[in-house]
Write a protein that binds this ligand. Structure first.
Ligand code: NDP
Ligand code: 8X3
Length: 255
């Protein structure tokens, strides 16, 4: 029996990570799903098992280096050969000018989006396939290409993801492990609810008056990126709503 290729997705408990888990299950991958909220992760795992996917869940905070190491070390032998790592866990907190920013928010964003990605990559790298099929996909953002007002620290964290993607790409080319990023504009997920700390009205207003991206659009791009032949490395995909030409401009109806 041929074993299904394994993909590990961080931040699989909602949004883009969850949609990617569904898409990769449909594409025949076995899945290692990670996040902090074990109830959400288990509910998704059960749904995917019901459609025939093999799923292993790991509950950890990407900011906690020791917890990341312990979780990866805990993987059973049959889960220790990973074809695709999707570094997706991330968040924004707040939307404020720098002189009014909250340093706790800054620390959480940088620790999650930058150091968390590094911790996961460092401990998972030894398990990634070295036969040319191995792949790392980092979820960046249009905010990592263009800075927008009141988002300096979130943007800085995503510029760092862009730099790390380019650097890791160079460093792993000799193995080879393929490395690329998918950088979306506005996708309706829990992202804005988290950014505005549970203010549902404020979060909903982000997506009003235009057709935003949905998480499945990003999952689709990830599936395409990782299904290219071994000699093709897609370095970067920037994917935007048609109504959002750049990081700072959204064409809203009735606005
Ligand atoms: P969601 O809030 O829906 O999902 C974020 C995921 O990250 C959740 O599964 C959450 O799980 C996980 N996560 C957050 N912090 C941690 C942590 N410290 N440790 C472990 N897991 C964590 O948002 P999205 O799906 O939109 O976000 C996914 C990625 O896409 C992020 O990197 C985001 O920056 C990026 N992005 C989003 C865009 C958008 O418009 N939505 C646009 C461009 C990029 P849990 O809380 O259970 O730990
Ligand atoms: C999320 C995109 O522009 O809402 O990375 O910050 S944006």
């Amino acid at each position: 029996m041929t074993q299904a290729p394994i993909a590990m997705i961080t931040g699989a408990s909602s949004g883009i990570g969850e949609a990617t888990a569904r898409a990769l299950a449909d594409a025949g991958y076995a899945l290692i799903l990670t996040a902090r909220r074990s109830d959400k992760l288990e509910a998704l795992a059960e749904k995917l098992r019901a459609i025939g996917a093999s799923v292993h869940t790991l509950v950890f905070d990407v900011r906690d280096e020791a917890a990341v190491e312990a979780a990866v070390t805990s993987l059973p032998e049959s889960w220790r050969s990973i074809r695709v790592l999707v570094n997706n866990a991330g968040l924004a907190l707040g939307l404020s000018p720098i002189d009014k920013g909250n340093p706790d928010h800054w620390e959480t964003m940088l620790d999650t989006n930058v150091k968390g990605l590094l911790h996961v990559t460092r401990f998972v790298l030894p398990l990634i396939n070295k036969d040319g099929s191995g792949h790392i996909v980092n979820i960046g953002s249009i905010a990592g290409k263009q800075v927008y007002a009141n988002g300096a620290v979130y943007c800085a964290s995503k510029y760092a993801v862009d730099a790390l993607t380019q650097g890791i790409r160079i460093d792993l080319a000799h193995i080879p492990i393929r490395v690329g990023s998918v950088c979306p504009g506005a996708v309706e997920t829990e992202f804005s609810l988290v950014r505005f700390e549970g203010n549902a009205e404020k979060a909903a207003s982000v997506y009003q008056g235009f057709e935003n991206l949905v998480a499945a659009d990003i999952a689709d791009a990830i599936c395409w990126m990782i299904s290219r032949p071994k000699h093709v490395n897609i370095n970067d995909i920037v994917i935007m709503p048609t109504a959002q030409p750049n990081a700072s401009t959204i064409l809203r109806k009735n606005a």
